[in-house]
Design a protein around this ligand. Structure first.
Ligand code: FE2
Length: 357
């Protein structure tokens, strides 16, 4: 006998409780008794029963009043109403409110046992279905997560492959991610926002797959049309990742070239209406681009790049984000700063952050 399938007999008459208890115990049903609604609630609170046989008429709180309370707090407990033969109409009402069955006084004890067995079997089945559904839900969630992880991994690999093709951009997304996460931590962003920032940074340039490489790597100034062509990568990148990331990551990628003052190409938002992740990415992206050699200019040294970030604070960059970046810039690792160090003294005065491609 499953110990969890205890039966609570609730009746103000002790003789009736004993009668039912004797009969049900002989059928291997462990039983407990309660002489009032209050006692029943106390016993349920201490150890919920699998089934309650509930007397409709009791002094104080009646079985009819207790039923909704039991159903609301112990959904997994089956309830059989016990009623006088003259009150079966009330018992039927109780079934409409969630009771599983009713038995009439004076009891036919075999019928009571049958009703109990039926109600317990129904309960077992309901529990099994519930468990199956929960398990299924969990499995679907796990598989969805796994598919998402694999897909994001594939896009990430695509970004790294794109960058690896080109000496100028190799490792750019990884370095931007490190810088963006350091800014996010400095701004005390919550864990979920940091995770979004990680994906936004790693994937921010995936749209460059649609950019003409001869324009991307063109030495010298771009024509306005060429610049506009390169800038489509923000929109295209957002579209690529949309099926597998949340809206915050999509918006981060879409707006990562937005200027804080709203004067960027085809820009629709400005200031704090630009998603915070995109404002962080803008600084991290610009710093890494400035301190990397590009076909159109040599790398700036770190101090010059920092000065450029300061100069463009409030116009290109969000002052709060830029200030957080400047605070942590001294702690950037050798990897983030190596290219700039190698190029010290060769930075061109014509290099501007607006030329970040
Ligand atoms: Fe970009």
């Amino acid at each position: 006998m499953d110990e969890r399938e205890r039966i609570l007999i609730v009746d103000d008459e002790m003789s009736i409780r004993r009668l039912l208890r004797q009969k049900l115990s002989r059928q291997d049903h462990p039983c407990e008794e309660a002489g009032s609604a209050k006692q029943a609630l106390d016993k349920m609170k201490a150890n919920p029963a699998a089934l309650i046989i509930l007397d409709i008429k009791m002094p104080g709180k009646s079985g009819i009043e207790l039923l909704p309370e039991i159903k609301a707090n112990y959904a997994g407990t089956a309830v059989i109403m016990a009623t006088a033969i003259t009150e079966t109409g009330i018992a039927v009402q109780c079934m409409k409110q969630g009771a599983d069955d009713y038995v009439c006084k004076p009891f036919n004890l075999d019928e009571v046992v049958l009703s109990v067995d039926k109600a317990l079997a129904k309960r077992r089945l309901e529990l099994q279905i519930k468990e199956y559904q929960e398990h299924l839900q969990e499995k679907v969630e796990q598989q969805t997560k796994e598919i998402r992880r694999l897909f994001l991994g594939a896009i990430e690999a695509l970004v790294f492959a794109l960058e690896a093709k080109d000496n100028y951009t190799a490792g750019h997304s990884r370095r931007v991610t490190k810088i963006a996460l350091a800014i996010g931590k400095e701004l005390s962003l919550p864990k979920d926002d940091i995770e979004d920032l990680r994906w936004g940074s790693l994937l921010h340039d995936v749209g460059k797959i649609a950019v003409d490489q001869s324009i991307q790597n063109k030495p010298g100034e771009l024509t306005p049309d060429e610049y506009a062509h390169i800038m489509i990568h923000s929109q295209i990148g957002a579209g690529i990742v949309k099926p597998v990331v949340n809206d915050r990551v999509v918006e981060m990628i879409e707006h990562h070239h937005d200027r804080y003052d709203g004067t960027g190409l085809n820009q629709t938002v400005a200031g704090e209406d630009i998603p915070l992740g995109a404002r962080i990415l803008a600084v991290a992206d610009a710093f890494d681009a400035m301190t990397s050699d590009r076909p159109y200019r040599p790398a700036m040294d770190v101090e010059e790049a920092l000065q450029e970030i300061r100069r463009c604070t409030g116009t290109q960059f969000d002052p709060v984000v830029a200030s957080a970046f400047l605070k942590i810039s001294a702690s950037l690792t050798v990897v983030e700063r190596s290219q700039a160090t190698v190029s010290t003294g060769t930075a061109s005065k014509t290099s501007k952050t607006k030329r970040v491609r």
